[in-house]
Ligand binder design. Structure first.
Ligand SMILES: *Cc1c(COP(=O)(O)O)cnc(C)c1O
Length: 447
């Protein structure tokens, strides 16, 4: 048999990887996939409980999505999106208008999440400059935030793991201490707090609002930080503070959008409308790279003028509005609606959290099982009372990951946080099986 692993390692530099680790964990070569299952070339089966990096929304090789892309392929694969347009993009915007927070109505297409964040930052900056606020140049963000890997997105991200080495080349931003509900410094819980931690944001605003173009946050769920979950009240307060000060609110729904948190968008839990919203990942069901920066009429209007005024948003990506990606996204919306995906996922979320609690809550190293929608994350700690972390040098999460792969489960923890973030149409049997496999891997490493 041709040695695909050897060839892979001789050519490919994999994302977010220390390639030396591949000496002991060679790349797993996937041959095909169906629903929640991945199958490698050796015939092993894996449950994809993390939705292939949070993007697969309705299962792999979903027949309805496949069909729609195939149909589109025979009429138009791609066309320049400046001055030109096509049915799939127009219909997609019409569909999205029905579900995005009220007031968002202009759609600017890009081809990945980071690019949509860059677009949002530039849009906010230019909006301020063109509405008499050239002094509003800065950005605020939350500590432990993550918005992608490009230089602008990294600048408003706060995770040392991804950003530290590049610090000298990043733009300055104000990093505000984020909510930390598991280790709440005020001794409150998500259920009984009044977001006392919002005082950090208030202080930052009182010092910096006048020189700030926008604040960017991951709504309710700081994914890369270890699925840190905070209450909707925080977003409500932030919306209000932005309204009072003229700072724009950018909400990065790239990970949270399309039902991941139990509502269509995380913003819906707080009933707020951001000035700019970034969506990607589940947008195409995890099929094609596409992202959209969605904004309001008010922001759009600040760029609308005679050409000679130089107010246009001179921002573009070659693959903007790709028709195949739009078709995938259209199929996703149709399935969501016709199959009542959101309602079913809400019910399944209750089931999953019950089962997770039953199985793992008493485990000596499980500090917290936090959950929102179908997302359930277990933070592993050395001591449940003190909440002291495990020794990071032991790479416990990574060891469990490797063991789980042997069991046929794709977990890919964030440090020592293990999480499930499955497709919304996953069934009970698969969840039960995933819990079983996860437990097995944990016992092998932790006991
Ligand atoms: C994944 C992600 C991004 C980056 O998207 P890419 O398509 O990987 O560039 C940005 N923000 C959040 C919250 C994400 O989860």
């Amino acid at each position: 048999m041709e040695n695909l692993v050897e060839k892979d390692l001789s050519y490919i530099w994999h994302p977010c990887s220390q390639m030396k680790d591949y000496e002991t964990l060679p790349p797993i070569i996937i041959d095909h996939a169906r629903g929640t299952r991945l199958y490698d070339i050796e015939g092993n089966e894996y449950i994809d409980i993390i939705s292939s990096w949070w993007c697969n929304l309705l299962g792999h090789c979903n027949p309805k999505i496949n069909e729609r892309i195939k149909a589109q392929l025979d009429s138009l694969e791609h066309v320049i999106f400046a001055n030109f347009s096509h049915r799939p993009a127009i219909e997609l915007c019409e569909e999205l208008m029905k579900i995005v927070p009220k007031g968002l109505q202009k759609f600017n297409f890009a081809d990945n999440g980071s690019a949509s964040v860059e677009c949002a930052l530039k849009m906010a900056f230019q909006f301020q400059a063109q509405t008499g606020h050239a002094e509003r140049k800065g950005f605020m963000c939350l500590s432990e935030g993550y918005h992608g890997e490009t230089v602008g997105a990294l600048s408003v991200g706060s995770m040392d793991l991804y950003a530290k080495i590049y610090q000298p080349m990043l733009m300055e931003a104000t990093h505000v201490e984020a909510p930390d509900c598991y280790r709440c410094p005020y001794g409150k819980t998500r259920e009984n707090c009044s977001c006392e931690c919002f005082e950090h944001m208030e202080r930052a605003f009182s010092e910096r609002a006048k020189e700030t173009a926008a604040v960017i946050v991951e709504p309710l769920l700081q994914g890369s930080a270890g699925m840190r979950i905070y209450p909707p009240l925080y977003l409500k307060k932030l919306r209000q503070l932005c309204d009072e000060t003229g700072v724009l609110l950018i909400v990065d729904e790239i990970a949270t959008g399309f039902g991941r948190t139990g509502k269509m968008f995380a913003c819906d839990h707080a009933g707020i409308t951001p000035d700019i919203m970034c969506i990607s990942k589940a947008l195409t069901g995890g099929y094609m790279p596409m992202a959209i920066t969605v904004t309001t009429q008010r922001i759009y209007d600040a760029f609308y003028a005679d050409y000679s005024e130089g107010k246009a948003f001179m921002h573009s990506h070659t693959y903007s509005g790709n028709p195949l990606a739009c078709s995938a996204a259209l199929a996703v919306q149709q399935i969501m609606r016709e199959e009542h995906i959101l309602e079913k996922a809400q019910q399944m979320a209750v089931y999953l959290h019950e089962k997770m609690t039953e199985r793992f809550a008493e485990h000596k190293n499980v500090g917290e099982i936090r959950h929102i929608g179908l997302i359930n994350a277990m933070e592993l700690v050395a001591d449940k009372k003190t909440k002291s972390p495990l020794d990071s040098k032991r790479r416990t999460g990574y060891q469990i990951y490797k063991k789980a792969l042997k069991e046929g489960l794709l977990l890919r923890p964030l440090g020592d946080v293990l999480y499930f973030n499955p497709p919304l149409n996953i069934d009970k049997e698969t969840l039960d099986l995933a819990i079983e496999k996860c437990d097995c891997a944990m016992r092998a490493i932790l006991d």
